[in-house]
Design a protein around this ligand. Structure first.
Ligand code: YH5
Length: 282
């Protein structure tokens, strides 16, 4: 299995890729705006690379539930200088986490290689045009509803089946109606995006079923609030549960883990992989 994203080629099976989160937002839920300035964001990103991140996910608009949308110019002002500097200073793949096709385009032009489409491209096909033109990687993430309202009343008859149907439908559309190749696509169940605690747990338990499309799977659980709902852990106390999800996910066939805590995740995932190499865990 191959994942192509512009100049990058990731060939699987291989050790799971750890994607480091770089928030370039003043209202960042977990970094408290610490990494708002360009230089601070770049320094943080380079630190994540030193810890073992092979992809960096840069976001200038918070997509956490209930977050206030930012304007296009403000989002561009936040992320583009960071991408330009990182493209010059590191060899790792840069991903742009955005809802806006114009921001994705500018980010790719500045040196990013992957579009992390957390909006699931519900509006129109402008995002796909951009991905196709640049031959970028494309993270196809499931979400129920837009960030402002998605946690209001999430409802599914069977969340694992419905997320699977979303992947089937999106892959068909992507491959038939855009210039995007299957090898450019990564699938992501979108933990926390229009999901209750029970939905998130069902998805985590059902990850194996999402391997049937023969595309890499990405999981983002790091520090998310469903962990607090289960365990009571506050924002900066959620690393153990995040690592539990990451290691079990790798055991279920997930190849990319999106996290704030790169060093810890690399260590946990390498241990899980070493155990998995020694045969089936019953
Ligand atoms: C994801 O899963 N998530 S942004 C609320 C939190 C903690 C973390 C308050 N972008 C994903 O990380 N992109 C985000 O607790 C993502 N997959 C992909 N592909 C939300 C986030 C978070 C939200």
């Amino acid at each position: 299995m191959l994942f192509r994203a512009r100049q990058f080629e990731f060939r699987f099976p291989r050790p799971a890729l750890v994607m480091g989160i770089v928030n370039v937002t003043p209202d960042s839920f977990s970094d408290g705006g610490k990494f708002f300035s360009t230089d601070a964001a770049v320094a943080h990103a380079l630190e994540l690379v030193a810890q073992g991140a092979e992809i960096l996910d840069l976001g200038g608009e918070s997509t956490r539930p209930g977050a206030v949308p930012v304007g296009e110019i403000e989002e561009l002002n936040r992320v583009i200088p960071v991408i330009e500097k990182l493209a010059a200073q590191t060899k790792v793949a840069l991903s742009i986490d955005t809802l806006k096709p114009a921001v994705a385009r500018a980010a790719l032009a500045a040196g990013a290689s992957i579009v992390n489409d957390v909006g699931a491209n519900r509006e129109d096909d402008a995002m796909w045009q951009v991905v196709s033109e640049f031959r970028a990687g494309y993270i196809c993430m499931h979400a129920q509803g837009p960030p402002q309202t998605m946690q209001k009343n999430p409802a599914y008859a069977d969340v694992v089946r419905e997320v699977g149907e979303f992947f089937s439908e999106r892959l068909l559309t992507l491959l038939n109606e855009t210039g995007i190749a299957a090898e450019q696509v990564v699938l992501d169940p979108g933990i926390g995006f229009g999901k209750t605690l029970a939905h998130n747990l069902q998805l985590l338990a059902g990850l194996r079923s999402f391997t049937k499309w023969r595309r890499p799977l990405l999981l983002g659980v790091s520090r998310k609030s469903f962990i607090e709902k289960l365990t009571g852990a506050r924002l900066n106390e959620r690393l153990p549960a995040s690592l539990a999800c990451a290691t079990l996910a790798v055991g279920s066939g997930v190849q990319i883990i999106r996290t704030h805590d790169v060093a810890e995740t690399v260590q946990a995932v390498r241990m899980a992989e070493a155990i998995l190499q020694h045969g089936n865990v019953d």
